[in-house]
Design a protein around this ligand. Structure first.
Ligand SMILES: Cc1cc2nc3c(=O)[nH]c(=O)nc-3n(C[C@H](O)[C@H](O)[C@H](O)COP(=O)(O)O)c2cc1C
Length: 215
């Protein structure tokens, strides 16, 4: 396929993907109104990510799908540069996702989240948090990125959570630190199990935020 044909096909696929996700709302007020849950009880989860080649964005949309499994919960998905102080303040839960850049949080994301505290002076107390990462390598630092994002949250007085798992009989149960996807040549893109982890993460954060809100 010629490069310009490939480019056109990519644009069409991107637009279709946006519509498949209902072209996520831009604010919680908009989303609550459209879901008919603007009653003060709506659980609002903000999913924030940085992504240049789309992998972390796919995971972010997976997290939002998981949030929507919880009755009364809504998700807003935003790129890091689009997040405003009011988004952060309105959120009951905040899930952050970053690609591993040299085994660490992408610089753009780190600068922004530092400012949330330092410049915007957001009070994150008792908001529920979760984290996810993508990385090209098998041991390229994805888990380190997840833990670093969780440390930011703990340091900012948030409550953090990861996805839950159980075996088919429900006998063996366990939790994980967050969600991640290996995206490099050995396992390109975001696979079904990785997307499942993202959904579980969104669901868990929304469930805990709902419990916190009902108190
Ligand atoms: C500047 C830069 C540094 C990277 N460093 C790492 C790394 O240390 N470990 C790793 O596993 N992948 C690394 N990668 C690969 C990305 O983490 C990976 O492709 C990721 O899925 C990209 O996310 P995106 O598609 O959402 O942009 C790096 C990519 C870039 C652009």
């Amino acid at each position: 396929m010629r490069y310009n044909q490939l480019g056109k096909r990519m644009i069409v696929l991107t637009v279709l993907a946006m519509f498949a996700h209902g072209a996520a709302s831009q604010s919680f007020a908009e989303d609550s109104a459209s879901s008919g849950t603007a009653d003060g009880k709506t659980v609002r989860v903000l999913v924030v990510y940085h992504s240049l080649s789309g992998n972390t964005e796919r995971m972010a949309n997976g997290v939002a799908d998981g949030v929507k499994r919880v009755a009364g919960a809504v998700a807003i998905v935003k790129k890091i540069e689009a997040v405003k102080k009011e988004d952060l303040e309105a959120a009951d839960g905040i899930v952050l996702g970053s690609p591993a850049y040299f085994a660490n949080i992408a610089g753009k994301m780190k600068l922004a989240i530092d400012d949330w505290n330092w410049k915007l002076k957001v009070d994150f107390t008792d908001k529920v948090g979760g984290a996810f990462a993508t990385g090209g390598g098998q041991t390229g630092g994805k888990e380190h990125v997840v833990v670093s994002l969780l440390l930011f949250m703990l340091n900012n007085r948030m409550i953090v959570a990861g996805p839950l798992y159980e075996d088919e009989e429900g006998k063996d149960i366990w939790g994980e630190l967050g969600a991640s996807a290996m995206t490099g040549p050995l396992d390109p893109g975001v696979g079904p199990h990785e997307l499942d982890a993202a959904r579980r993460l969104g669901e868990r954060v929304a469930k805990i935020a709902k419990k916190m809100k009902s108190k």
